[in-house]
Design a protein. Sequence first.
Length: 319
Amino acid sequence: MKRLVPVLKKDGVDKDLIMLIRTILAASKEIAFRVSQGALAGVLGSTLDENIQGEVQKKLDVLSNQLLRDMLLDDDTVRAIASEEEDYVVGGHPDAQFIVAFDPLDGSSNIDINGQIGTIFTIYNARNDVPFDSELQFAQAGSEQVCAGYVLYGASTMLVMTTGGPTRCYTLDLTHGGYLLTQDKMAVPADSNEFAVNMANYRFWDNLIQKYFDDVLYASDDYNSASIRWNAAMVGDVHRVISRGGVFAYPGDSRPGIENGKIRLLYEANPLAMLVENAGGLAVTSGQQRILDIQPTTLHQRVPVYMGSKNLTKKLNFG
């Protein structure tokens, strides 16, 4: 099996970008160790604080965010960082080449039950036309990403990443502490009967979304073997979709503040959309607009999300 760095070099990835990726993955190994220790490391349970999203922070959320923040700000290739757990952009090295955004621990409601969780990250080239620590550094469409990936913590620790080419899967080898290539080109099947969607929100969806899932679950012979899968962790649900097909859906709904759903464009939708597309899938928002073409307007912007197998995702063009 090939190690990560030789694969990236073969792909022609810039040396400084490789070093930055290694920094992110060094933090991921620390997080993976703390996750594996669980209660033994004292990382279970919640803090008394809320993040910018209005969500109660878990202890492991705070720890993961601090690990990534400290290691990235110490890397001289990083001009600025943005985190789902931080109110504002944090400036790094004013003349550095890259900016990094991340969700330090997606699916944190699963921490205390030993469920699926993961770290999502994305890298862009820094802008020279705005201040180094400005929110405008991140006002770039997802199509401008130079790297997107996630680390899934579970029975094994897996890295799924693209630097513009194929979406590849690596597995952390605990023997030597490195990520080894275990799937050279991931491919999303064009058809599937699996759906990752939170049906508890059904009553808040608009009529078209409700009708679609009524057909999926009860009416249409086309979906007589449809299965709903929901991890309460987007990173885990999208990993299943990339691995074996299906659709991840998080529509907007009628609740105040959830009109555009709960998925953050910068930290979740854009990096996962890039991974899905580079594996042959489709990633869109309302009206079949390509997620990667959305021009961000705010740092913590939310968007309705539909991504996965092409043929199924094309039918989810509403809400």
